[in-house]
Design a protein around this ligand. Structure first.
Ligand SMILES: N[C@@H](CCC(=O)N[C@@H](CS)C(=O)NCC(=O)O)C(=O)O
Length: 216
């Protein structure tokens, strides 16, 4: 069955791979599933046709036959459940990998998004100078804990899993801040994720859209 995802017609990040379709593309590449992409403009994302797929008017969405999904956690989990390669067979190891997916989205991503908000949307506020260091320290608190848990291992729990895919995807947003480099094992962890051929293909595919001629 054909898989179709949605992505920004033009991503605000200019193709740095931070738009969340990249993590869905990455999951599909890891499991070897071909997919199509429907590009949507910011305006189209808020119109009824897209809102029927995504109640919050965002990307990405995922369509496969009569199934339509939104939320990258749910989409990546669905892909990982249906196809081999992203979740271990052992039931307990599988549950732990899923736990890491939730941890990435519920415990690590919020503080990273808060930092992005403080920098991008609140940069001109008079109180930003005082708030920014507090937000940065909240990110550091989480990274320190994650760094301690990862230790010297390559991945969070045994082999690469959907948990790592999601955690690396979330951490990637910090690359330009320099904060990630304060935790060399996490910086190396992210680099290991980026070096996976499936990630490289996903990144290249979204970059091609964002640097190619405008969609007609
Ligand atoms: N929790 C959602 C977040 C989706 C999200 O924030 N998508 C962004 C792009 S990465 C978006 O569509 N932003 C435009 C908007 O919210 O209007 C997920 O993981 O799928």
């Amino acid at each position: 069955m054909t898989i179709t995802i949605t992505a920004f017609e033009r991503s605000p990040d200019g193709g740095r791979g931070l738009a969340r379709d990249t993590r869905v593309r990455w999951a599909l590449e890891e499991v070897g599933q071909p997919y199509q992409v429907r590009l949507v403009s910011f305006r189209a994302m808020k119109e009824p046709a897209h809102l029927a797929l995504h109640p919050f008017g965002q990307i990405p969405t995922y369509e496969e036959g009569d199934l339509a999904l939104f939320e990258t956690g749910s989409i990546v989990f669905h892909i990982a459940e249906r196809h081999a390669g992203l979740l271990p067979d052992d039931a307990n190891a599988r549950a732990r990998a899923i736990t890491w997916m939730f941890a990435a989205l519920n415990t690590v991503e919020p503080v990273i998004l808060e930092l992005a908000t403080a920098k991008v949307l609140e940069g001109d506020k008079p109180w930003n100078k005082e708030r920014l260091p507090l937000v940065e320290d909240r990110v550091r608190d989480r990274l320190k804990q994650l760094s301690t848990r990862l230790g010297r291992t390559d991945w969070l729990d045994g082999g690469f899993s959907a948990g790592d895919l999601m955690m690396v995807s979330v951490l990637l947003r910090l690359k330009s801040s320099g904060i990630l480099d304060e935790y060399p094992n996490l910086a190396a962890y992210v680099a290991r994720g980026e070096a996976r051929p499936a990630y490289e293909r996903a990144f290249a595919a979204q970059l091609a859209i964002n640097t190619g001629p405008p969609a007609g």
